[in-house]
Design a binder for this molecule. Sequence first.
Ligand SMILES: [Zn+2]
Ligand SMILES: [Zn+2]
Length: 386
Amino acid sequence: MPIKNRFSEMLPEITAWRRDFHENPELLFDTHRTAGIVAKKLREFGVDEITEGIGRTGVVGVIKGRSTTSGKVIGLRADMDALPIYEATGAAHASKTPGKMHACGHDGHTAMLLGAAKYLAETRNFDGTVVVIFQPAEEGGGGGKEMCDDGLMERWGIQEVYGMHNMPGIPLGQFAIRDGAFFAATDQFEITVVGLGGHAAKPHEAIDTTVVAAQMVTALQTVASRNHDPVKNLVVSVTSFRTESEAFNVIPQHVTLRGTVRTMDKETREMAEDRIKGIAAGIAEAFGAKADVSYRKGYPVMVNSTEQTEFAAQVATKISGDCATAPLIMGGEDFAFMLEERPGAYILVGNGDTAMVHHPEYDFDDNAIPAGCSWWAGIAEMRMPA
Ligand SMILES: [Zn+2]
Ligand SMILES: [Zn+2]
């Protein structure tokens, strides 16, 4: 099963859908237009059952095979949301909304899963049930979690779930996957340092929050470098240092630090949280200041299941002749919530030598569509052979 001819035929049509999504990006849960088009197209394709409004703006479609005697039910998931970025591709199909952009290729993911749904509803060449899942708010909103909280897995009886993301740097249409932990847990912290504001010319009468916060930034570097086993993975990044005054002659009363923590296992995640809180409190105390720390747990580690990963790689190999081992990725992915509920696998499809995802010059390469659609179709047809 190399690339299916049907998807080469459908390429202009699926490309047109993809470019329409690209021109009309929507953020987080606000994917009303995209979800509306998805539901409308699924109806046109003759998909058996369509439900909107799961996880606020998610869409679920059911496609029954020619027979369903196997009793198998497989979920295939795509994400629909864009990013708050000013597009700089100069493409004819560039975003029509300044400050919003499909810079992660979710336009391509949605179009590819729609293409696969159209093909699967036409051919029904499998014994079982496919559930196509279109989720909002992958980029930080936890749309996948909200769909799970709405009973996605139980309500549709999903037994296994599969996801796909394009990736620049992997040759176009080639695949890469990784067994076990694959994408990192992504947590956020915010530390508010409370000192004693005052005149910059009278530092002895103030408790200088900028000096205290600067010590914290330096000390936080030791969580990864000194507290953590160097053969394991951890990122602690301070990404924002904000004072309440921009004046040249004021010692601010408050400084707020923000940052992110990326981990690949539970123990490291807990250790990092403990150390961040301890460092903030200890340094504040040493300088007579106070530190309020809020630590927000985000997406969990995304863990591929072994059996489904091997199967997903087999399907990819049939299409592209090979499936590479992907490296660990310290980014987050909210498909992690679905993989916490059901076994499954998440694969990368190559976007070729393009700007990286989340870059203003990134664009999904439509020539990856036949390979991506063939993989979706192959998951259904090979896992549930007719
Ligand atoms: Zn992204
Ligand atoms: Zn993405």
